[in-house]
Design a protein around this ligand. Sequence first.
Ligand code: AP5
Ligand code: MG
Length: 214
Amino acid sequence: MVIVLFGPPGAGKGTQTAKLVEELKIPGFSTGDMFRAAIAAGTPVGKQVKAVIDAGDLVSDDLVNKLVFERLDQPDCANGVILDGYPRTVAQAKALDEWLKNHHLKLDKVIELAVDDEQLIERRAGRLYAPNSKKVYHKTFNPPKKAGFCDESGEPLIQREDDNPEVVRHRLDVYNNQTAPVIGYYESQNRLAHIDGMEGIDTVFGSILQVLGR
Ligand code: AP5
Ligand code: MG
């Protein structure tokens, strides 16, 4: 089962991916998390993308595709995978289709989480992030058990550099201009399921499971 979780920055893709990984027992990965890990480790890829990510722009299609296809080739993806934040351009969507076709696989569902701009800004303003475990919290909507620390790893929680209000606004523009056209691409092929992402975390999760027929 190959599933894409799609939606604007702060819609809840990472939050729902973590819940789906547990439910479906298949891996899930966020391209944003992979880049942040590369930046933290100081790898050549990390050095290449740091300025782009900090500014809230998109990393080049070639670089993202290479990273994703290398990850998809890993044996743990053999029974399926959840993609969080990829594809994010029509060129990436087409490249993914081609890769899947060459591997005799298909994309089962593209799930779009729809959330309005005001709520997106509130979600990102309160987001807390654990860089090692990659767990995502919210000061009000999904607080950790011990304020400021990850439930799973115990590490201190931080705010993401690209969650400052100016970058957040730019990321939204980038989403509307470069990423939203992907919706039309999948819609025209009847592969898109649109979900109201404004509800609470568990309600949204229930809607996703329904779309997946579970
Ligand atoms: P990435 O890390 O993927 O950022 P994003 O897509 O902008 O999305 P976010 O991670 O900000 O939000 P999310 O939807 O995961 O929401 P979350 O679950 O955290 O990408 C970062 C950067 O990497 C990009 O800007 C780009 O530069 C680069 N990049 C990545 N992929 C790329 C690609 N394919 N091509 C090119 N460049 C790429 O939730 C947000 C907050 O809300 C949390 O605090 C959470 O607790 C809370 N919350 C979640 N759900 C709910 C709910 N239902 N109710 C209330 N609160 C909720
Ligand atoms: Mg995320």
